[in-house]
Design a binder for this molecule. Structure first.
Ligand code: BG6
Ligand code: MG
Length: 223
């Protein structure tokens, strides 16, 4: 038994840059500078938790009521959705489509473990819905990444143990979640190095699916 569990933003498509742009824009309005380095801490983190981190950065965590914070988060999301308007199948990151097709040929189930509530919409725009047997609903989780709950749930949804799955992540919070449930971690490293991954690549073009399965199998039996 095997399965692949994918993060979405920054793994399947480069929406991570749009999240950053949308948070930077909201930060400017609030007088808080969200730079690229700080943005690394927001990757993989839910919308409301990201807002809390930004407000804490500007020492403004006690300045807004829950209602106002929900409005700010909605404002960020509206800006983000506007940036997604032109998103289409050409925006899949290189090698992703080929990898998903290779998984399908080998009958290996794939699932999405993303903190994003926009995941179903984005997968539809990219026209890759059919490759995924399951998408974890982040609203159904008690804890976000780096907690492993989302990866454990994804494995359950495709009928395998977490230790039998291979997880793909571009964020440290996600890698930490994958490793916390004994899953094999492939890091998609573009900007910052990811600590604790089993394998690191720049893109799916650098991955040979059969070699990857063999490495994971050897690691699994050695444990
Ligand atoms: C994660 C992103 O995948 O989803 C975060 O890495 C984002 O940057 C989070 O904040 C929540 O996304 P959304 O689309 O529900 O606001
Ligand atoms: Mg990501």
């Amino acid at each position: 038994m095997k399965g692949f569990i994918f993060d979405l933003d920054g793994v399947i498509t480069d929406t991570a840059k749009y999240h950053y742009e949308a948070w930077r824009n909201l930060g400017e309005k609030l007088g808080i500078t969200v730079d690229e380095k700080f943005n690394e801490q927001l990757k993989g983190i839910s919308r409301m938790d990201s807002l809390d981190r930004i407000l804490a950065l500007g020492n403004k965590e006690n300045e807004y009521s829950l209602y106002e914070k929900k409005q700010l988060a909605a404002e960020k999301n509206a800006y983000y959705l506007n940036l997604l308007q032109g998103l289409g199948p050409d925006d899949l990151l290189s090698g992703v489509k080929e990898f998903l097709m290779a998984a399908q040929e080998r009958n290996i189930p794939c699932a999405i473990a993303s903190a994003s509530k926009n995941a179903p919409l984005i997968l539809e725009k990219l026209d890759v819905n059919d490759y995924f047997e399951a998408i974890v609903d982040p609203a159904s989780l008690a804890k976000g990444k780096p907690h492993p709950e989302i990866f454990i749930r994804a494995a359950q949804l495709i009928g395998i143990e977490a230790t039998e799955a291979i997880g793909f992540e571009d964020a440290q919070a996600g890698v930490d979640g994958i490793k916390a449930c004994g899953m094999f971690a492939v890091g998609i490293e573009v900007d910052e190095p990811l600590i604790g991954v089993d394998i690191s690549v720049n893109s799916f073009c650098d991955l040979d699916i059969d070699k990857l399965l063999e490495i994971q199998r050897n690691r699994h039996t050695a444990q």
